[in-house]
Design a protein around this ligand. Sequence first.
Ligand code: SF4
Length: 448
Amino acid sequence: MKHSVAFVTMGCAKNEVDSEHMALRLERAGYSIEDDPEQADVVIVNTCSFIQAATEESIEAILEVAGFDSIAAGKAHLIVAGCMPARYGADLEAELPEAAAFTPCSGESSIVEVVDEVLGIERATMPPYQFGASERSKEQASQDDVQTRVPSRRVSAYVKISDGCDRFCSYCTIPYIRGRYHSFTQEDIDKEIVRLVGEGVREIVLIAQDTGRWGDDFESPSTLAKLVAHVADTWPSVWFRVMYIQPEGVTDDFVEAIACHDNVCNYFDIPFQHANARILKSMHRAGSGAEFLELANRIRMRIPDATLRTTLIAGYPGETDEDFEELCAFVEECDFDYIGVFAYSREEGTRADKLEGHVDDDEILARAQQLRDIADAVCAPRIAERVSREMDVLVCGCEEDGELYGRAMCQAPDVDGVTYVDAGLPGDVVRVRIDDTLLYEMEGTVLS
Ligand code: SF4
């Protein structure tokens, strides 16, 4: 009888992709993937720990799984994978005796050996997709023939184009968790897209910690603009979308690649994080509000209907009332379509943790809420301006009450809301007239 493995995945889309890749490796090694964690022989909790709140949620998930009857009785096993083992190492092992094994991000390519060992399975040969050593390096960054598992009827999928980050923003733990930046090869990205498209996926979302750097670490450097043009030309009936592009990555070539391809969403997800030049410098980031406004104008000059999303941090150490007002004024001036606001989170081991002038916790939360209110006041009217416009919508599925929903090119999965439509099947791209909006959701009529 096959042993079964289930996944509980915390955090962002990048973690979802990692879980899918681990699941595929295990399937190829003969394991079955179980949807219900309480029925599985092994439960892998793929954790997130980029901030304290995410760590706490992951701990809750681990403890919930550890409390399953099957695990408490020793009939099933818990493995903790991903960011938490990478960030906390041996300390975590001492804190969580319930776990049978720990697999940091860098060891996820060895997940078959880890599960085999937990279950006491010995195999003469390893499955052919094994990369070899568990530590990732630039040479080992290839995704080889790893494909993504696609649940039936899934019409949109994430494809990671690189991993790691070299920027070392002062507040961020990711470079310590995920390691140095390494691009995946175009060939491996193509393989992943081929498989996903073959399984019915109609939208590919290219993601990474820092998508704009793609290709600059190759022996013969390439660019994100070239990658986007290549995939858009190769799969003309698939929508492509790029997320997480740092301001420096928005080159004229990249804007042009988006402008010249109808199947690439006119969508720019640029994390600015702040607008005050002194705070940005302290964050170990470049730029200023004025430069970011100029960048937004440059995009809109070339692509007037471009959708702009950003993320911002409120309450960074040293942020004065005046700095915060400057950030609020920037939001009011830039006309973003979508804004994600984060309250600054003090993270051990980061440079920002050691700075003077930490803002009081209650004040951080108050500033974040104030910024969210301003963001809603700026963004909701921009969404409402879409009423009576016509646009293509990719039908994604049905709500529990049977209502059909999809997303327009101006709506990224998981973060921007959806468009409710009155006809179509999942995977269809339908022409829709927008009839109404409610904050970030849209509702439209399919045009015959
Ligand atoms: S760019 Fe900065 S915030 Fe983003 S992952 Fe890298 S270090 Fe972290």
